[in-house]
Each structure stands twice: as structure tokens, then as C-alpha cells.
Design a protein around this ligand. Structure first.
Ligand code: PGA
Length: 290
């Protein structure tokens, strides 16, 4: 109506009858509380309120069009946000996966949370993340998990440690050493504890540390031995700062899973990333050689 300034032309454009248009205008004026149009002779004009109303209505329509475009782009995967949380240990490879994925999907924004296993389970429970990369999730939680890569845990020592020269070190030798262990809540930590308990060995812990980096630094400094994922060791092994000991029955084999809540409706981006991990992780990621 504001465009045509004529009841006849507006009703033609809207495919409505003239009384229907004039009734809608009356209702609108009633809810605004001011007249939007005035008729002088045969001509219809916008009042001051009418022209403000028309200006805002145009801006809102433009915004809605834009929103529709953004949603369409999201549907087409051009844009969209991937919220992912990974275990501290998985952070040694997850950024490489994300980088390769983002190269294929330029406008995807990623929010990456790096935390330990316990916190990951919490964020799944609270539905704060689309996908999680973690060790085997607990069976009692209602989660969909797909295994995609090995995660071998190995014993590390500084290069001058007496055990470095030994082959086939028996498990029974381990209780004579002290270990630096990860914090409570870490998947690595509980796997190590389970392994020692299953083999009826006492685990003597020198210190508890809240990151793999701290454990590696501590082992290098001679504070004790460590048991960490091979994924964390690429640099230290290449620079010969740490050595993987040849202990019988090692590595402790864990696996990496990509996980989400069962029944969660994954966004297109999240589905695409899940597929990408399925198809590409073995090509992109290499586990360092001990
Ligand atoms: P973490 O998790 O970094 O919490 O130890 C790794 C895993 O679950 O193996």
C-alpha cells in the first residue's frame, strides 16, 4: 500500500479485494495507535508514522531475505559452525584433521574445546557439543561411537635411563620405577591404572600432572617414567629427547572414537566432518613410530 499509495493498485498487487486491504490497514493503524495513511481529495499519502513504519518494514523484509539466504547456504554446507570437543591427547592430531576439513569447506567456522575424558562426557551429557573425539566411551551412556584409529600407550624414559639399553623388559620390572601420571579424569590415567591392576602390579606414582606436555617435560627432567600415547611423542622421538622403552605386553592399546549423543540431530557440517573422519583420517594422520 505504501508502495502504490492507492487502494485499487495495492489490492491488485496483493490479489485481495479493496475492502480487505482497507480493513487490514485499519487493523494495523489500530495496533500502532496512529494513522499511517491520510487521504487528501482523491490522493492517498503516508503520514509521518506511516513513512517510518514503511522504512522499518522494508529493512525487516531485507533482513529476513538475508536470513533465508544464510539458512540456504548452511543447508548447502557453505557456511555453518562445527562445535567439537576432543580429549587432551587427541589434540595432538585433531587440528590436522580440522585443517584438512576446513580446506574443503572454506566458510565453516570451528569451535574446538580441548579437555580430558571426564569433561568430554559431561559436555556430551549437557549437549554442549556436536561431536567428541575420545577414547572408548562408557557403555552405560546413550552414545553413538565410531572407532577410527589406534591409540597405543607406551612407556617413556629419558635417553640416559638404564632401561633404555634393555630389550623385552618384563612387566614385573615396572613396580621398581616411579611414574608421572595424568590427572584423575584422564582416559590415559584410567587405562594405565586398569592395566596395572589387571596384571596385579603396584603402580608407584611420583607425581600427578594435568597434561601430556607436563609429563613429557617431567620425564625428560628425570622426575620418573611416564606412560603416554604415541600420538603425543612425534617431536620428542624425532629429536631423541625421549625414548620408548621395550616393555613386554606394551603398548596398551586404546582406540579413538568419534562420538555424539544417540538421537542427536547432527547439523550438515557435523555430518560432513564425521564422514570426513571416516574416510580421510588414515590418509591424513600417521601415528609416530616408536
Ligand atoms: P585423555 O584421553 O587425554 O583424557 O587421557 C585420552 C583417552 O581417553 O585415551
Amino acid at each position: 500500500m505504501a508502495q502504490h499509495l492507492s487502494y485499487t493498485r495495492a489490492s491488485e498487487a496483493l490479489h485481495l479485494t479493496q475492502p480487505a486491504v482497507s480493513m487490514q490497514i485499519k487493523q494495523l493503524e489500530h495496533s500502532v495507535g496512529l494513522p499511517l495513511f491520510e487521504q487528501l481529495g482523491k490522493k492517498v499519502f503516508l503520514t509521518e508514522a506511516g513513512s517510518e513504519f514503511s522504512r522499518y518494514a522494508k529493512a525487516i523484509t531485507t533482513q529476513l531475505d538475508e536470513l533465508e539466504q544464510v539458512v540456504n547456504e548452511m543447508k548447502g554446507l557453505q557456511r555453518g559452525r562445527l562445535t567439537i570437543a576432543v580429549a587432551s591427547t587427541a589434540n595432538y592430531f585433531a587440528p590436522r584433521l580440522l585443517a584438512a576439513f576446513c580446506q574443503q569447506h572454506g566458510e565453516v567456522t570451528v569451535s574446538l574445546d580441548v579437555t580430558n575424558r571426564e569433561q568430554l562426557l559431561k559436555s556430551l551429557l549437557e549437549n554442549r557439543t556436536d561431536l567428541v573425539i575420545m577414547g572408548q566411551p562408557p557403555a552405560e551412556m546413550d552414545l553413538a561411537a565410531e572407532r577410527f584409529m589406534d591409540n597405543p600407550l607406551v612407556v617413556i624414559a629419558p635417553p640416559d635411563h638404564p632401561l633404555v639399553a634393555c630389550e623385552h623388559i618384563p612387566l614385573e620390572r615396572l613396580p621398581e620405577e616411579t611414574f608421572l601420571v595424568r590427572e584423575q579424569g584422564s582416559g590415559t590415567r584410567s587405562a594405565v591404572e586398569r592395566f596395572f591392576a589387571a596384571n596385579q602390579l603396584a603402580l608407584s606414582t611420583a607425581m600427578e600432572m594435568s597434561s601430556n606436555e607436563a609429563i613429557k617435560q617431567g620425564v625428560e627432567a628425570g622426575l620418573g617414567l611416564g606412560i603416554v600415547s604415541l600420538h603425543t611423542l612425534a617431536m620428542e622421538l624425532a629429536l631423541k629427547r625421549l625414548v620408548v622403552l621395550d616393555v613386554v605386553n606394551f603398548p596398551i592399546m586404546r582406540y579413538w572414537f568419534i562420538v555424539h549423543r544417540s538421537g542427536k540431530r547432527l547439523s550438515l557440517v557435523a555430518q560432513a566432518f564425521q564422514q570426513f573422519v571416516r574416510d580421510e583420517s588414515t590418509r591424513i594422520l600417521k601415528i609416530p613410530a616408536a
